[in-house]
Each structure stands twice: as structure tokens, then as C-alpha cells.
Design a protein. Structure first.
Length: 202
């Protein structure tokens, strides 16, 4: 097994499932066979377990949950992990990617699970949001499963990566809100007003 995947699994919680479902994308098999779902870096990184049911990767990628709100723009991506703020990590036929759900920006993170794991370990503070979630949890307690942190003003509209601006938000609600924001941003000219409709949730 590749060294970065092993290192990451040793930094993580115990696997969220001991199964190895056939539904796991080929490129994800080295990671998921080592640890099928986990939290790492004080919950800043959440890798979804595979195997079906609530909070599984299959559930997370269901079009009826949130990703259908993006239409077919990102059908080539399978989302398998998220950072402290609900920004996504995805796999496709060509490799691994980060996904900004507010802007739709997709960036390459290598072709293999090993390359993805190496990048996460080498730059975990930036790529997972660990410093912010660590400080937030010191003041507010552990972030509940199924929740991520979000600034009161979306990042793309000037929100800050600061504990003072963060609140705990249901992950599905957060992704639906960001899908609506994305649709507005791609359809209006620069400088236009954007409607923020997500209510406060702590």
C-alpha cells in the first residue's frame, strides 16, 4: 500500500465501515480499502464511507439530495470527501479534484489516491481548514456529524476564513444553498446583486 495513504489512515479515526463495496470507483479503491470512511485533522477532513445508507458516499452523490441542484454541469465528478467548510473533493475518470461549490471551480489534485493523499498531508492546514475548525471546536465543542462550518457571508462574496464569522450548518442545506448561489453567479453580469436566502442555523 502506498505510503501517503497509510500515513493518512494513521492520522484518522477508525474506519466508519469495515465493508468494501463494489460501488467504490476504481481510482478510490486504494484509499477506501485502507480505511472506508473517516475523519481526520480534528474532523477538518471527512471522507465518506461507501456502502449505502445515510451519510454514505452513495447517499451524498444522489441527485435528489443536493447535487441535482447543479444540473448536469458536474456529472463527471463523484464526490467522496469534504473539508471543514464543506468544499468538496471528487474523483473522475481522469483523476482527483477539489471542487468549490460556490463558484463551480474544479482543480486537479493528481491522478491517483496516493497523489491526493500526499497533497492533503503536505498541506492539510490549507486544504482541510484545520486551524479554523480546531479553534472553533475549542470554543463550541465538537462539530456534529453531518455539519460543516460556514461564514455568515459566502466566501465568494467576501466571507472570511475566521472563527468569528463561522457557524455550524447542516451539510446538505449548505450545499443546496451554495448550488443556488452558483446558479446565480454564472447567470448574471459582474457587479450584479445576489440574493442570499439561507437562514441562520447554529
Amino acid at each position: 500500500m502506498s505510503s501517503s495513504i497509510i500515513r493518512l489512515s494513521r492520522l484518522a479515526t477508525p474506519a466508519l465501515s469495515t465493508d468494501m463495496p463494489l460501488s467504490v470507483p476504481r481510482r478510490l479503491v486504494p484509499l477506501i480499502s485502507e480505511c472506508n470512511g473517516f475523519y481526520a485533522f480534528e474532523s477538518a477532513l471527512h471522507v465518506f464511507r461507501w456502502g449505502g445508507g445515510d451519510m454514505s458516499a452513495e447517499w451524498w452523490n444522489s441527485p435528489s439530495l443536493w447535487r441535482g441542484s447543479y444540473g448536469d454541469s458536474f456529472d463527471e465528478l463523484t464526490f467522496f470527501a469534504e473539508d471543514a467548510f464543506g468544499f468538496q473533493f471528487a474523483v473522475s475518470d481522469v483523476g482527483f479534484h477539489s471542487f468549490n461549490p460556490e463558484t463551480g471551480e474544479v482543480e486537479s489534485m493528481g491522478r491517483t489516491s496516493e497523489e491526493w493523499a500526499r497533497q492533503i498531508i503536505d498541506d492539510f492546514e490549507v486544504l482541510t481548514g484545520h486551524p479554523v475548525i480546531r479553534e472553533w471546536q475549542q470554543s463550541n465543542g465538537a462539530l456534529r456529524p453531518g455539519f460543516r462550518l460556514s461564514p455568515r457571508t459566502p466566501f465568494v462574496l467576501g466571507g472570511q476564513f475566521s472563527v468569528k464569522t463561522m457557524r455550524s450548518v447542516d451539510s446538505v442545506d449548505l450545499m443546496r444553498f451554495r448550488a443556488d448561489l452558483y446558479r446565480q453567479l454564472v447567470s448574471i453580469p459582474d457587479g450584479s446583486q445576489v440574493a442570499i436566502t439561507m437562514g441562520d442555523k447554529e
